[in-house]
Design a protein around this ligand. Structure first.
Ligand SMILES: Nc1nc2c(c(=O)[nH]1)N[C@H]1C(S)=C(S)[C@@H](COP(=O)(O)OP(=O)(O)OC[C@H]3O[C@@H](n4cnc5c(=O)[nH]c(N)nc54)[C@H](O)[C@@H]3O)O[C@H]1N2
Ligand SMILES: Nc1nc2c(c(=O)[nH]1)N[C@H]1C(S)=C(S)[C@@H](COP(=O)(O)OP(=O)(O)OC[C@H]3O[C@@H](n4cnc5c(=O)[nH]c(N)nc54)[C@H](O)[C@@H]3O)O[C@H]1N2
Ligand SMILES: [Mo]
Length: 771
């Protein structure tokens, strides 16, 4: 019998086709004009051979090899749920008693599922919070540098992830859009919390048809679709700040800065102007100065700067720009450029970040409350900046700077993850693998034998969304979707909520955790709360049963032509509608940031040479700049065992793209397997070439599961192609402490040895217990 079950994921809304207890296919949600292909991988992934079928414990951990032991090389022993739950509860109780609650690291960064009740990270943090507290993580890998910076200079992070100037306004009023990093459509197939409609292509096509001129500043031609007819200006990675400073120089030289705007709506112009002119450091930031840094001809910089001054324009940058050394600086300077041209708050003009980074950016936003699980307070209040996990493990108690504060790392004894994959997302994995040894116990709740599961001590098998009922919702989308349970749990997998409820029972707080509700009662309860929030804003919503039967709800469709410009009121009346900055104005110089006295993030935007880039010394040994971008064929590591990712690989290895001349120089050709390496590590990749990629740049997507030739041995070759064995793990600056994966140099050579098998998608060695 065939059944059709409405469902949703970060990669789209769909109906699951179920036959004989298996998901055998998917059909895109009928309302989505651009569903994309990612959903096609769902049946493969749900029924993958690498599902964790039972609870498992690392043999070495059971034998007492805990703190100091390198993980990844031991076999696992399957255990009963009872035993696993008891061991986890005992270990949690012991570590809390001996070392205090902050010694449980439960940051658990990661995307988890689109379903908002079963959202694994929220469930884990609720459990840890109610149980006495833990150490969390603040901000996101996506844009940590920006999250620290933007409140200081624009008073809000809405300009990064919230209600930005929308496409209707941009298309109506702007003539030019300056796109640093382009507007890659591939990233628009993803929305955290699921989309009913993938809207990026709709909005971009409308803008292109209306004649908006796109100027694309990026190393990769493919970052803007051909039909946008963008002007492509290749730029050396990591050098955008220099280009922006030179544009400012041109505008000042031409007397085109908006003096009234600068005087009434900005602070710090004198200091920034003096820096641009070279009065404060002896270096005038002219286009001729920027040309050798950026490789962009001075004449091009001059022409584009004047074009921005002459025309209504929107300035934007992808999030990738700030996941790099001193990643705060290009973001600050882009805002400064928009401000000095008087654009911030003009209809359809200004600055915002991420129109090409995720689905739904710039889509008209309605004040529709998201369906969500309320956050639980962490009684310790302790956290580390999101990407400082290896630093934390290496320096228990050590002091570090972050956004004006000096904090100390906790002494983490337990590492606990649910819904994230540090062996996907973190940089310099060989260094992390060594630091991992500092933990006494590593617990992971996972569906698959990901690298994070293989490097854990206790592995608890979790259901996928298709094995449970839930509701998906995103602040970026006007649909709320029912996610019907389609199949029974695979193997002994259990819902994260149920796993944690049982552990809470051992620890004596089951009822506080569950509030005595089961899944159905929770969904109804959360739905009722959501309905009340909707009613307050005047939305008509169905009752739970009608919603569930229909499978989706849509907020009143947006009226196209209605437009929103962020900061419009501030521009019209800065006294009445000040920004939420200390001065109430755009801060071109921030007294607050200056008072931190960080040489890697001073009081106004500056050009600082990245630690690793093509303009530096290291480029002699490692002459290719590696951009490890978001994968078109997956969501991070999720869906990697599926057909979409598999079809893109070359002999099972993640593709790496070079300019054809860079390939020819190395005697390698498309289809070859290559070794990509630097002093931090090495991985294999399958070669592709593209003349639309700048010379000296290599692109390799993230997300192929880490697969070391010798598991458990730091420095071992990753035979599958995870670029995070190559990337540096250094905070963007003391201000943001964000990840700086994009500042990475490598060399590439032909792989001439026999090709080792990829074992990432089969379970690790498992020993059946004899007892
Ligand atoms: N080099 C480099 N590295 C990067 C980036 C880059 O650009 N370059 N980008 C960074 C960015 S922006 C991000 S957001 C991160 C993403 O990093 P992550 O969000 O950690 O990556 P995912 O692969 O999505 O990991 C989610 C994991 O949760 C599991 N999971 C899903 N649903 C459930 C569930 O219901 N229960 C449980 N228990 N588990 C579940 C999935 O199986 C998967 O393994 O990567 C970062 N890393
Ligand atoms: N299909 C798919 N979509 C996704 C995701 C996914 O895993 N799969 N992940 C989602 C997540 S979590 C996030 S945070 C977003 C991230 O969104 P982004 O951070 O915007 O995405 P990236 O693909 O890393 O980078 C976009 C482009 O930036 C350009 N670029 C890199 N460095 C530089 C530079 O120094 N200067 C300039 N001018 N350009 C540069 C590169 O050419 C690259 O193609 O994507 C989201 N969308
Ligand atoms: Mo992200």
């Amino acid at each position: 019998m065939t059944e059709i079950k409405p469902h949703a994921a970060h990669w789209g809304s769909y109906d699951a086709v179920v036959r004989d207890g298996r998901v055998v296919g998917v059909r895109p949600f009928h309302r989505d004009p651009f569903p994309g292909s990612l959903i096609e991988a769902v049946p493969d992934v749900v029924h993958a051979a690498c599902r964790v079928d039972r609870p498992h414990i690392r043999k070495g951990w059971l034998e007492g090899r805990r703190k100091g032991a390198l993980r990844g090389g031991d076999p696992f022993i399957p255990v009963s749920w009872d035993r696993a739950v008891r061991l986890v509860a005992e270990e949690t109780r012991r570590v809390r008693a001996e070392h205090g609650p902050t010694s449980i690291f439960g940051g658990s960064y990661g995307w988890s599922s689109a379903g908002r009740f079963h959202h694994a990270r929220s469930q884990l943090q609720r459990f840890l919070g109610l149980g006495g507290g833990y150490t969390g993580q603040i901000n996101a890998y996506s844009y940590a540098a920006a999250q620290a910076l933007l409140p200081h200079i624009l008073g809000t992070n809405e300009v990064l992830l919230g209600r930005t100037t929308d496409w209707a306004a941009i298309t109506r009023h702007s003539k030019v859009m300056l796109c640093l990093g382009g507007l890659p459509l591939r990233n628009g197939f993803v929305t955290s919390g699921a989309a009913g409609v993938h809207s990026n292509e709709i909005n971009l096509r409308r803008a292109a048809e209306a004649g908006l001129r796109f100027i694309q500043i990026s190393p990769n031609r493919a970052d803007v679709p051909d039909w946008c007819s963008a002007e492509w200006v290749p730029i050396r990675p990591g050098s955008d700040t220099a280009m922006l400073l030179a544009m400012a120089h041109v505008i000042i030289a031409a007397g085109r800065e908006d003096r009234d705007y600068l005087a009434t709506r900005c602070v710090g112009w004198d200091k920034l102007r003096a820096y641009v002119a070279g009065e404060s450091d002896g270096v005038a930031k002219t286009p001729e100065w920027a040309e050798p840094i950026t490789t962009i001809p001075a004449a091009t910089i001059r022409r584009i700067a004047l074009e921005l001054a002459d025309n209504p324009a929107m300035l934007t940058a992808t999030w990738s720009l700030q996941r790099a050394d001193y990643g705060e600086q290009p973001y600050w300077m882009l805002a400064a450029l928009a401000a000095m041209l008087g654009k911030i708050g003009k209809p359809g003009e200004g600055v915002a970040y991420g129109y090409g980074s995720v689905n739904g950016m710039g889509e008209p936003r309605h004040e529709v409350p998201s369906f969500s699980m309320p956050a639980t307070r962490n009684p310790t209040g302790a956290f580390i900046p999101v990407a400082r996990i290896t630093d934390m493990l290496e320096n228990p108690g050590g002091a570090y700077d972050f956004n004006g504060r000096t904090q100390n790392y906790p002494d983490a004894r337990i590492i606990w993850w649910a819904g994230g994959n540090p062996f996907h997302h973190h940089q310099d994995l060989n260094r992390m693998l060594r630091a991992w040894a500092q933990a006494e116990t590593i617990i992971i709740q996972e569906q698959h034998w990901t690298a994070a599961a293989r490097h854990a001590d206790i592995v608890l098998p979790a259901t996928t969304t298709l094995e449970r009922n839930d509701i998906a919702s995103s602040g970026r989308d006007r649909f709320v979707r029912a996610m019907h349970k389609a199949i029974d749990p695979v193997g002994q997998a259990r819902n994260d909520h149920d796993i944690l409820a049982d552990i809470a029972e051992e620890l004596g707080f089951r009822d506080r955790f569950t509030e005595q509700r089961n899944e159905d009662a929770w969904l109804r309860h959360l739905f009722e709360q959501w309905r009340q929030n909707c009613a307050r804003l005047g939305y008509d919503t169905p009752d739970f049963d009608s919603f569930w039967a229909k499978g989706w709800w849509e907020a009143d469709p947006p009226t196209h032509g209605q437009e929103y410009t962020q900061f419009a009121q501030f521009r019209l009346d800065p006294e009445e509608h000040p920004l939420d900055t200390p001065s109430g104005k755009v801060e071109l110089f921030s007294e607050t940031i200056a008072s931190f006295r960080y040489n890697d993030a001073p009081g106004h935007p500056v050009w600082i040479e990245p630690r690793e880039w093509l303009g530096g010394e290291q480029a002699q040994r490692f002459p290719l700049h590696l951009l490890s971008f978001q994968p078109a064929t997956r969501l991070h590591g999720q869906l990697d065992p599926g057909r979409v990712a598999a079809a893109d690989k070359i002999e099972g290895r993640e593709p790496i793209t070079l300019n054809p001349e860079d390939a020819a120089e190395r005697g390698i050709a498309p289809g070859d397997i290559v070794r990509v390496f630097n002093d931090r590590g090495a991985c294999l990749g399958g070669l592709r070439t593209d003349p639309g990629l700048m010379r000296g740049v290599a692109m390799m997507a993230t997300g192929a599961w880490y697969d070391p030739l010798e598991p458990g041995v730091p420095g071992s070759l990753c035979v599958h192609g995870n670029p995070n064995v190559l990337t540096p793990d250094i905070g963007t600056s003391r201000l943001g402490q964000g990840p700086s994966a994009q500042s990475c140099l490598v060399q590439v050579e032909k792989w001439t040895e026999a090709l080792p098998p990829v074992r990432a998608h089969v379970p690790p060695p498992i020993e059946e217990a004899t007892a």
